[in-house]
Design a protein around this ligand. Structure first.
Ligand SMILES: NC(=O)c1ccc[n+]([C@@H]2O[C@H](COP(=O)([O-])OP(=O)(O)OC[C@H]3O[C@@H](n4cnc5c(N)ncnc54)[C@H](OP(=O)(O)O)[C@@H]3O)[C@@H](O)[C@H]2O)c1
Length: 259
């Protein structure tokens, strides 16, 4: 009996880095569940392109700040594809606050979507793969990749709640790897400055992208290739691959978008 096509859920994959990851995984033969919240047209386009590459894809909407919606996501993907092998947690809330504007509302918003949702999706994938193992597929294994950020190793006080939520996700990566082995591997991938934001002009982005030991930070292709590697390499768990041209070894007083 041939094994079924590997299926991956990539959160926030309508556009930007999530889309690059979804397309790279489709090129590697994965069928991709394209998760989105608001970007429905972009999600459909990503999913269409993934399907053209690997034969099958579908879109799934969920607000990752809503616990019920998060809990329903893996069951919906499994109902559609029949099985799920991996989750890539790329979706992320990224809103500015600092120590003077910090409050529980901003903290909760970032913690829910950036850390809590990723943990619940790992929990759901673990239950699903365990069921498969109990149901006769004893070799079933799964993997989770959490998108982190080089700024955890090179901190500044900008984007305070975002950074806290990524620090929580980095700690969760270790704890989940311990708790969910041997059924799941859990790996962090931490990009450097990869895509611009509305706060930067093109010239500012180009200049800051070069502020790296290797004189270039990461490209979307670099990050997507690392996610693919993390999903394929069966001996990596509980650690983070930094893909940032060495930015984590440097010292930046402010966030790139506020320098
Ligand atoms: N871009 C970079 O240079 C960079 C650098 C370091 C780390 N990273 C990390 O890499 C990952 C991808 O980065 P990115 O720049 O592509 O991310 P992004 O554009 O900031 O966000 C990706 C998607 O996340 C979704 N999202 C946000 N809040 C959500 C919520 N509550 N529920 C569901 N979806 C939600 C949005 O989907 P909709 O549009 O459908 O609403 C958005 O398109 C992130 O985890 C980020 O922290 C990125």
């Amino acid at each position: 009996m041939s094994s079924p096509t590997r299926t991956v859920l990539v959160t926030g994959s309508a556009k930007r880095l999530g889309r690059e990851i979804a397309l790279a995984l489709a090129h590697a033969g994965w069928q991709v569940a394209v998760h989105y919240r608001d970007s429905v047209e972009d999600a459909r386009r990503t999913s269409r392109e993934c399907a053209e590459i690997s034969g099958n894809s579908s879109t799934f909407r969920a607000n990752l700040g809503n616990e019920t919606a998060v809990r329903n996501l893996v069951p919906k993907v499994v109902a559609h594809f029949g099985h799920l092998d991996a989750v890539v947690n790329s979706a992320s809330t990224f809103e500015h606050d600092d120590v003077s504007s910090f409050g529980f509302a901003a903290m909760e918003k970032h913690m829910r979507s950036n850390a809590g949702a990723a943990i619940l999706l790992a929990q759901a994938l673990h239950s699903h793969v365990q069921e498969r193992r109990g149901g006769g597929d004893a070799a079933a294994r799964g993997a989770v990749v959490n998108l982190l950020d080089q700024k955890l190793w090179n901190q500044n006080p900008d984007f305070f709640s975002y950074t806290l939520s990524k620090a929580a996700l980095e700690a969760a990566t270790t704890m989940l790897a311990l708790a969910l082995a041997p059924t799941l591997r859990v790996v962090g991938v931490a990009p450097g400055l990869t895509l611009t934001s509305t706060l930067l002009t093109d010239a500012q982005f180009q200049e800051r992208h070069k502020m790296a030991l290797l004189e270039r930070s990461s490209t979307p292709e670099d990050v997507a290739a690392t996610v693919r590697f993390a999903l394929d390499n069966r001996s990596i768990t509980g650690t983070t691959l930094l893909v940032d041209g060495g930015q984590h070894l440097m010292r930046f007083e402010r966030d790139f978008s506020l320098m």
